[in-house]
Design a protein. Sequence first.
Length: 539
Amino acid sequence: MYVFYPADELLRIYENPIRESVSLTVNSDAAVNNGYQEEADQQRYYQSQPQQRIVVASDDDVRIKRKKERRRETGQTASRRQTVRNSGGNVGKKGRRSEEQHAGTMQNNRASGSEEAANHPLKDLTQSNLNEPLKQQNGVALKLVQTVSEFAQELGAAMESHSANVRRLVDEFRGRSSNSRVDIGGMRRVWENLLRQVEADASSHLDLAAVLQQQFSRPTLEASFHRKLQSRKVFDHRDAYEQVVSKTEEKLQRARLDYKRAYAALLTSGGGGVEQELKRAYLESHNAYILQLRATNAITERYQFHCLPGLLGEIAEVYEELCGLACKCVAGISETAGERAGEQAKRYQVVAKEAQAILPSNDLQVLARNLSATATPRKPARRLYVAPTPPEQVPMERISQIPTLRDELVPTGTSTLPLMEDLKREYDSLTQEIGRLQDSLDALVRMQRKSAESNLYTKVAELQEDISLKRFDLGVAQLRLAAVQAQKELFGGGEAGQPDGLASRKMSNGSTGSPKLKWLKAFKSLKTSTPTTPPLSDK
């Protein structure tokens, strides 16, 4: 005895609101994070090992040779397989096809939302105006799977009704003929044989109805529950990612305005002790603007090149399984009806072959070509450093007194000392967090795969909620890591832009000494000139 629940009612159990939007924008002061000591240690380490690059180069040569050998072996294996295909008959093909169709009910989830999802037809459809067509296509696929499942259910009910009507008809006409006690020979035997065949046909229809309802309709609908939830989460997470990028852009604009105001205030200052404070504020606002600029570019690039292709890969994954479910259901109905309907066997076999021959990747290729015809892939816009323009009615002599800054950090005082250490700590923390999230995601995917193999689709749907959230958390952590990495690169590019007017903080520009040693000398001079370190709240 089976009890059937509507899909929407079951899905309502697993639906939860999307998590609060996670702020990814980097704090312009405290999250400007992480000092220069780490960079100096790394420089000394590289200088003490001059032969490391040569070893790496030799390792690269070895890897290239191994790749060439693998390609030759792969080509030989492919030729042998082609020979076996040409002479091996159709039995192997049918077996492989049935195994692929059986395994299509639950495809392997991608453990990562970025690197492993790089090879799919939708990876280049990152334009925002293509999100709605993808959402519509995904909704149509989900609706079609539900329609196929409901059709199998209603067809089974119709078969049951037809079987009952046929049985009643056979009993009625058998009763009519049994009233006559006269045996008329072959005519009666033919008639009784006809009734028996029709009765057997009614039993066949009853068996077919049970197969349609129990083996095709309900399993197909249950297997699509978690994919419906996943597709909804994917598009919600894309909106959340875009909100994160938008907030980062807004913070960049605010940092730009603060930078411009500090520059204008410095130009219009009257001199004295106030000018030194304004100059320090100007340099700090410059650093905050540069850091936020790098963070914004890193977040945008990470989203466009990793997070968004990962979401598109999930969309492709959802469509592949939905297509597999629908085609498997259509093929099963057609094969079962073909086995039980003699004259209808050819038509149903044709439908079954057509259903078995459908490849989800072909549909996705067509979709990608159609959508790519209206839009070309483009890289995310990279924000460039824009120096502030002086206000009007400011003499050129005053403008020339202000140092010209570039797209790099400048030392501003003791507040810049802990930046590299903070960046290193945040980088290590994010790396550990990403590792934990990745391990947790892998464990959830394995649990979901085992549950699907055991036909525990309720458990599969419950795990899909956690998998989607873990993937989002992993993407958020990777965005933050990209921002921190971009900020760390500011400390590794040599000497930052040095203001011309800061004689007390000017570093050595001699021909001897590396840029890292110059930074260390500048820091030592700052430590000796400032006896006390300002509290953390002043950073």
